[in-house]
Design a protein around this ligand. Structure first.
Ligand SMILES: [Zn+2]
Length: 560
């Protein structure tokens, strides 16, 4: 789910353009963010007590009808009673080292996909394993990609159809990297289930399966049609995923909602994620000549490339964090009253965050400002200069060519081609003021689109109710300041409503050593999914009526 390897993909831009995009699950910023969140949580013992805290209000919650109350009770009872089985199965899955980055482990990865496919079959689903072709390794050798799974369970045209996205590959893990336990032996310590893939993403995939199995075992009608898209190469950038979605349009044609459960909460509180920022990464190159020169011999008589570049970089953003590129904020939507309200109850401690970040102060002082500038406003970061002297000591070189690197995290509605034009035009204007004879080149290296969902869509409303029924609290409505292209890809390619519904805790340590999912989050997460299935139909119906779109589905028209 996160972001160690940088990976590239083709991102389609609204309006028809096509840009090289990084699907950056992998950037230092994001890792940092997660590490900080992780640290933030380390001292807390909440996992052991969370179920106790939340069970009490749960008992007191009024449910809408006796029938639904009884259903929820039965679901919870079954899930609680079978939690050891669920943990055992997670243990079996964790034992398969399905590291998609290691060609040596490709057979294990393929076996993991096979195990998953067979497991989904036991639910009674029709399962298709789609061949994803071959991966070309650096040496030119070709190895098979693991197949992707497309599965369907139920095709009642009167029901809503939910498609779950998940992945069963994992990041690399070795005991000697600093794991306290063997990464491929799920080990329970103080209520936490440690193992590579526990939270990212085997635990959530199994929680979804457990939730379905609960209905089947209890001989209850599953209130929604279910589909699965499960891949085995998410951690290496989901190569082929977009093509897979495009080539299986009919598979998605009757899907109403796509649910992704591949990220984590912000704090100790459950959360729903409704937005991610995009990213536009630029190189700005200044070249003064063909060779590096000595400052003793040539200093004072030449136009130095580094001086021009530093001037350009210094003019990108001011000391308050405001981006100086004209027009850059034009497409950023204003904060509505409704959106502002979402921030009020979010569990976020500025002091704690400051301590974990190890900085003296932030650019903003209120929780709302900080979260909004992390999530829903663009930001510009300068990352480095290639070609300049960066070693220790005192080399007196004048570099002939230097490349500054910066990126803009984009807010929803900002369009990459527009940003690209604004950046290039601005830097050329600033450069022109220098009257420099040097050569300037500005290029967009990566363009990945932001994503935002409507938090009032039925799938969000149903998830909010499910979380309230399981945890006794309303979820924090959060965004992610990083770029997680999956949701946007599904939204653009399938035109369906997408939701990110995390069940992992903020301290789960995805991609790092000692990754874990707490038993509580795993089991309560299973309950959330189960209740989500039962809450969605009513809200789905209401939304159809409201939007006056109650048309028969294609499957009805063709008489399925
Ligand atoms: Zn993941």
């Amino acid at each position: 789910m996160i972001y160690r390897t940088q990976w590239f993909n083709t991102v389609h831009i609204a309006g028809g353009g096509k840009l090289l995009g990084v699907l950056e699950k992998s950037d230092t910023g994001h890792q940092e963010g997660h590490r900080q969140k992780g640290k933030m949580m380390q001292h807390s013992l909440w996992h052991c007590s969370i179920s106790m805290i939340f069970i009490i209000p749960l008992i007191m919650l009024p449910f809408t009808t006796d029938a639904s109350e009884k259903l929820v009770e039965d679901l919870f009872q079954y899930i609680d009673a079978h939690q050891d089985d669920f943990v055992q199965e997670l243990k079996d899955w964790i034992a398969i080292p399905s590291d998609s980055s290691d060609p040596q482990l490709r057979e294990e990865l393929i076996r993991m996909v096979e195990v998953t496919a067979q497991r989904i079959k036991t639910l009674g689903a029709t399962v298709q394993q789609v061949d994803m072709g071959f991966e070309t390794l650096h040496g030119g050798q070709k190895i098979k990609f693991p197949p992707a799974i497309l599965a369907a369970l139920g095709n009642d045209p009167t029901k809503a159809t939910v498609c779950f996205y998940g992945h069963v590959d994992v990041q690399p893990a070795k005991k000697e990297d600093g794991w306290k336990t063997d990464p491929y032996t799920l080990t329970e310590v103080n209520g936490n289930l440690y193992g590579r893939g526990a939270t990212d993403n085997k635990g959530p995939v199994l929680a979804w399966i457990n939730a379905i199995e609960t209905y089947i075992s209890l001989k209850k009608d599953i209130p929604v049609n279910l589909k699965f898209i499960i891949e085995g190469v998410e951690e290496t950038g989901s190569p082929g995923l977009e093509e897979l979605i495009k080539e299986h349009k009919e598979f998605f044609s009757d899907v109403d909602y796509v649910v992704i459960s591949d990220n984590v909460w912000l704090s100790r509180k459950p959360a729903l994620t409704y937005g991610t920022r995009g990213n536009a990464y630029f190189f700005v190159e200044v070249e003064s000549g063909k060779k590096d020169l000595h400052s003793g011999t040539f200093g004072g008589i030449i136009h130095e490339a580094m001086r021009d570049l530093v001037y350009l970089l210094a003019n990108l953003v001011d000391s308050t964090g405001r981006i100086l590129i004209p027009g850059i904020y034009d497409d950023v939507p204003p904060v509505t009253e409704e959106e502002q309200k979402l921030y009020e109850n979010i569990d976020f401690d500025i002091e704690e965050h400051k301590n974990n970040t190890e900085v003296n102060s932030f650019l903003y002082s209120t929780k709302e400002e900080i979260l909004q500038h992390m999530w829903r406003y663009p930001s510009l970061s300068i990352h480095g200069i290639e070609g300049g002297f960066a070693g220790t000591g005192t080399k007196t070189v004048i570099p002939s060519k230097v490349i500054g690197k910066f990126s803009i995290r984009q807010a929803p509605n900002m369009q990459i081609p527009v940003v690209e034009e604004q950046v290039k035009k601005y830097l050329e204007e600033v450069f022109a003021k220098l009257n420099s004879p040097n050569k300037l080149k500005v290029s967009l290296e990566i363009g990945a689109m932001p994503w935002v969902a409507n938090v009032n869509d039925p799938q969000y409303e149903a998830a909010k109710i499910a979380i309230r029924k399981v945890f006794g609290v309303m979820p924090d409505m959060i965004r992610d300041g990083s770029t997680i292209p999956l949701a946007r890809i599904f939204q653009d390619l399938t035109k369906k409503k997408v939701m990110m519904l995390p069940i992992g805790g903020a301290d789960d340590g995805e991609h790092s050593q000692n990754e874990k999912l707490s038993r509580s989050n795993y089991i309560q997460g299973t309950k959330v999914f189960a209740v989500f299935f039962s809450e969605l139909p009513k809200l789905h119906e209401d939304s159809l009526t409201k939007s006056n779109q109650k048309k028969p589905k294609i499957s009805q028209l063709i008489g399925s």
